[in-house]
Design a protein. Structure first.
Length: 104
C-alpha cells in the first residue's frame, strides 16, 4: 500500500514545551530580562514608569503568543509584511495558454 500516516502534531516534538523554538525563547527571555532590569532602575511606584518597565516583556510575550495556522504572532507579522512589501508575480497557466502561441 505504501502510504504513510503522519500525525498533525509531529512537529511539536521539535519545539520546547511543544510551543516555542529557540529564537522564541531567546526573544521572550530578553524581553523579560529587560523588564526586570527596568523594574530595578525605574521608580515603579509611579504608574507611567511601571508601564514602561513592563512593556518590553509584554511586547515580547505578545510576539511569541501562539495563534492558529501560524506558529506565533511574530510569524504572522513577518508573513504579513512580506506579503505587502515583496513583488508578487503571477504566471499565467490558464485554459487559453495554448492559444497565445498561435496568435504570435
Amino acid at each position: 500500500m505504501n502510504s504513510y500516516l503522519i500525525p498533525a502534531n509531529s512537529k511539536k516534538s521539535m519545539l520546547f514545551f511543544g510551543l516555542f523554538n529557540k529564537f522564541d525563547l531567546i526573544l521572550f527571555g530578553s524581553g523579560i530580562g529587560a523588564s526586570l532590569l527596568l523594574m530595578l532602575i525605574l521608580p515603579v511606584s509611579e504608574l507611567l514608569f511601571g508601564i514602561i518597565a513592563i512593556l518590553p516583556g509584554a511586547v515580547c510575550g505578545f510576539l511569541v503568543f501562539p495563534v492558529p495556522n501560524y506558529h506565533n504572532i511574530l510569524t504572522f507579522l513577518r508573513n504579513l509584511i512580506r506579503f505587502f512589501t515583496e513583488r508578487r508575480t503571477f504566471i499565467w497557466k490558464g485554459w487559453c495558454v495554448l492559444d497565445e502561441s498561435k496568435e504570435k
